[in-house]
Design a binder for this molecule. Structure first.
Ligand code: DCT
Ligand code: MG
Length: 396
């Protein structure tokens, strides 16, 4: 079974780069390369965004605003805040004065007002209002349940429900199979997945896959591929150069929940034009049973944690398995590595700047009317005329 995780040499490169990026200690500020705001691209795929965020107090605020607009289904305002958050995450310095954001793209009036208030008052009254808003608080709780989105939250909110406990207690509600699993393993699933847990699950998945597909390539994607130390789930991409029976990936006993989505891919079809469209790969949204002593996640509060630790020596973990044909592997890897904002901007860049259509399967050149083949992420960036951005620089 081939190891397709982050190769050792890129791990090394990462450390070298970190060293290079941190300012040398005894060099005066003037000798640092100048930062030119007007040269910052509006597209996150033309910026480098590591996990080293100097502007967390602003980006956290914007993410609350964006989420509130998502709950209200106003996509335009939601995107405005997500773009602003992503831009501030890419800055190599903390913003301390309004002058610092002069000339930067993605800084609309709403955004500037919030930045100004945070600089002056230490916090934003608009964000505080949202955090105290009854509807926001209820939606935040509902959508934390696996299988519950904005539509279901809306329905429950209209019924007068406000908390997860109230939903659980209401026996008249008809829950989907996914939502039932979501409530059953709620405490485990809201606590985050650690890197150690991701590595443990990775071994289980690789073993299970290789039993059926000996030459399969199994890669961790999502946040963990971008270097994150915690996540809400673990994303895997599975491909195999040879023929194989994908269905047999089901490894009974370990799978607490499994929703297999059959492939809906039609060969002749153009890549989807919708910027946030789901792809057509066969995939499995699963909940895996990780049998190991519970790692104490002090950052994640679960009220029943102590009680449960005594009786339960396993943890339920959300795992997404995506199975891709070998020829589409590079496109799937790029899409599933994220971040979501990075992916959105790649697709927007392709369409607006290159007259190309990009999705998780392929890249289509509308002028030449051909699909552009790619065997690696580097080739996809090259097709788009973009400088390569390493996975750990895609935390937009
Ligand atoms: N993705 C995609 N199509 C989907 C769902 C996700 O292309 N239908 C991409 C976008 C990001 C990536 O897959 C991983 O998704 P998440 O797990 O939601 O994000 P994450 O960055 O891994 O964040 P987390 O750490 O919370 O899991
Ligand atoms: Mg993930």
């Amino acid at each position: 079974c081939m190891e397709a995780g982050r190769p050792v040499d890129s791990e090394l490169k990462y450390h070298l780069m970190e060293q290079r990026q941190s300012p040398p200690l005894n060099v005066p500020e003037l000798e640092m390369p100048a930062f030119t705001a007007t040269k910052v691209s509006q597209y996150s795929c033309q910026r480098k965004t590591t996990l080293n965020n100097y502007n967390k107090k602003f980006t956290d605020a914007f993410e609350v605003m964006a989420e509130n607009y998502e709950f209200k289904e106003s996509e335009i305002f939601c995107l405005e805040f997500l773009r602003a958050a992503s831009l501030l995450k890419s800055l190599p310095f903390p913003v301390t004065r309004m002058k610092d954001i002069q000339g930067l793209p993605c800084m609309g009036d709403q955004v500037r007002d919030i930045i100004e208030e945070i600089i002056e008052e230490g916090e934003s009254s608009r964000v505080r209002e949202v955090l105290n808003d009854e509807r926001y608080k209820a939606f935040k709780q509902f959508t934390s349940v696996f299988g519950v989105g904005v539509k279901t939250s809306e329905k429950w909110y209209r019924m007068g429900l406000r908390t997860v406990e109230e939903v659980k207690a209401d026996k008249t509600l008809k829950l989907s199979k996914m939502q039932k699993a979501g409530f059953l393993y709620y405490e485990d699933l809201v606590s985050c997945v650690s890197k150690a847990e991701a590595d443990a699950v990775s071994l289980i998945v690789k073993n299970a896959v290789c039993t059926f597909l000996p030459d399969a390539l199994v890669t961790i994607t999502g946040g963990f591929r971008r270097g994150k130390k915690i996540g809400h789930d673990i994303d895997f991409l599975i491909t195999s150069p040879g023929p194989g029976e994908d269905d047999e990936l089901l490894h009974k006993g370990l799978l607490l929940y499994c929703d297999i989505i059959e492939s809906t891919f039609v060969k002749e079809q153009l890549p989807s034009r919708k910027v946030d469209a789901m792809d057509h790969f066969q995939k499995c949204f699963a909940i895996l049973k990780l049998c190991q002593p519970r790692v104490d996640n002090s950052t994640c509060n679960t009220s029943k944690k102590l009680e449960m630790a005594e009786v339960k020596d396993w943890k339920a973990i959300r795992v997404d398995l995506v199975i891709t044909p070998f020829e589409q592997y590079a496109y799937a890897l790029l899409g599933w590595t994220g971040s979501r904002q990075f992916g959105r901007d790649l697709r927007r860049y392709a369409s607006h700047e290159r007259k190309m259509v990009l999705d998780n399967h392929a890249l289509y050149d509308r002028r030449k009317r051909i699909f552009l083949k790619a065997g690696s992420e580097e080739e996809i960036f090259a097709h788009l005329g973009l400088d390569y951005v390493e996975p750990w620089e895609r935390n937009a």
